[in-house]
Ligand binder design. Structure first.
Ligand SMILES: *Cc1c(COP(=O)(O)O)cnc(C)c1O
Length: 415
């Protein structure tokens, strides 16, 4: 069988960085991804928040086809038309002024970290006080490169690679007193995911976010919002910070931007952007014509099809249905999130692991993160009838828990 031989070959050829689930996908349409036997799976994870327009979307296919007939790469030594077209759209929807393009989430985050250090240096050169220390939050996740792991809270991501970048302190999540205590003119930036993804779908509180904004204003340190998972429509607004009415100095985006073609970007204010001068930062592939063309198609489709409103509507319906389910199933401890970024915390990691594996058996893809939290990051084109399918599957699965007492542990998808 094809899957078995692939598994055997991969186990010899690849580094063992992933524990893959034993499924082989070959295609997809709308919100369904299709395996090699022709079975459709309702995808409520969309490649960890990437395939926002689902599978086989004509706007994405046309953009790839069209751009591939013109130009795939120019290098950043020359101009091409798509960069500005995309940057115009991104600055318009974000309220920020300038864009740096790169190829992944962690690379966008590294750009933000470097910008914060450069900004601090610029402030010092103007005679102001600004140190080099970052404040990040407990349960944060910012990526896998050296700077990103240094600002990521979970020890298992950092410890094997010590020493990581020095100069990071962690603040207790939503603890304003702790934030104020840790802040000083030694701090060059406060790093916040407005809604933590990997950490278990934890929205930062209005007061905490506002306090961070105010502290940064008091010294010129940068407020950096990591919107790699929550940004670009996922929560029903273009950026999660827009729900709070707070504008950060810097934000990072990636996952859904080009629906699966790798791309990331860092956006910032005019004043923060002054800290980078030619030669200080760059990347070979960043902002290439293909990725930009696809990202333009994604943003234009979200706007044309009014998907922000759709995400908000279907997201509230999803949460309502989950709330009803929680009345019947006491293994549900909490339901969190906004739009189509939803977390359902269960009473144990065993139960969460069992539920995600069992739903996969029913051909519904979800994910477990932070041990106990079921994570839903479906495509933005999800409809209510898909929510009903998911809720029914979850209902059946949770019923097995109550009957069986302690279920067997199963497979899981790692975020
Ligand atoms: C996924 C993610 C990253 C890392 O993005 P990569 O493209 O995997 O490097 C960083 N921050 C957040 C909030 C993420 O969800």
């Amino acid at each position: 069988m094809k899957l078995a031989s692939l598994q055997a070959a991969e186990s010899k050829l690849l580094l063992h960085t992933y524990e893959r689930n034993p499924y082989l996908f070959v295609g997809g349409h709308d919100v369904y991804i299709t395996d090699d036997q022709g079975n459709d799976y309702l995808d409520l994870l969309s490649g960890i928040g990437v395939s926002a327009l689902g599978y086989g979307h004509p706007a994405v296919q046309d953009a790839i086809q069209d751009q591939s007939r013109h130009l795939l790469h120019t290098s950043n030594l020359f101009f091409h038309e798509r960069t500005v077209e995309l940057a115009l759209r991104l600055t318009e929807i974000s309220g920020l002024d300038r864009v740096f393009f790169c190829n992944s989430g962690t690379e966008a985050w590294e750009a933000a970290l470097k910008l914060a250090r450069a900004n601090a240096g610029r402030l010092r050169s103007e005679g102001k006080q600004c140190g080099v220390t970052f404040l990040a939050l407990e349960h944060s996740f910012h990526g896998r490169t050296m700077g990103s792991i240094a600002t990521t809270h979970k020890a298992k991501y950092r410890d094997p690679f010590e020493p990581v970048m020095p100069g990071v302190k962690f603040v207790r999540f939503n603890d304003i007193g702790h934030l104020r205590e840790m802040f000083s003119d030694e701090i060059c930036a406060i790093c916040i995911e407005p809604i933590q993804g990997e950490g278990g779908i934890n929205p930062v509180s209005q007061d905490f976010f506002a306090a961070a904004r105010e502290l940064c204003n008091s010294t010129g340190a940068l407020l950096i919002a990591d919107e790699i998972q929550s940004g670009l429509g996922r929560t029903g607004e273009w950026f999660a910070y827009q729900h709070y009415g707070i504008l950060p100095d810097v934000t990072t985006i990636a996952k859904p931007i080009a629906n699966g073609i790798p791309m990331g970007a860092m956006l910032c204010t005019e004043s923060a952007a002054l800290s980078f001068t030619p030669g200080m930062h760059g990347t070979t592939f960043g902002g290439g014509p293909l990725a930009c063309a696809v990202a333009i198609a994604v943003l234009d489709t979200i706007r044309r099809d009014r998907l922000l409103k759709h995400v908000a509507d279907v997201g509230s319906y999803f949460k309502e249905q989950l709330t009803l389910l929680a009345e019947q199933h006491h293994s549900i401890v909490a339901i969190r999130g906004l739009g189509l970024m939803i977390g359902v915390e269960l009473d144990s990691s065993e139960n969460a692991s069992f539920v995600s594996a069992q739903m996969m058996e029913e051909r519904v893809i979800i994910n477990r993160t932070s041990d106990k939290v079921l994570r839903f990051l479906p495509p933005y084109i999800l409809e209510r009838n898909h929510v009903d399918i998911a809720i029914n599957s979850l209902d059946r699965t949770l019923a097995l828990l109550t009957q069986a007492g302690k279920p067997p542990t199963g497979e899981q998808i790692h975020g």
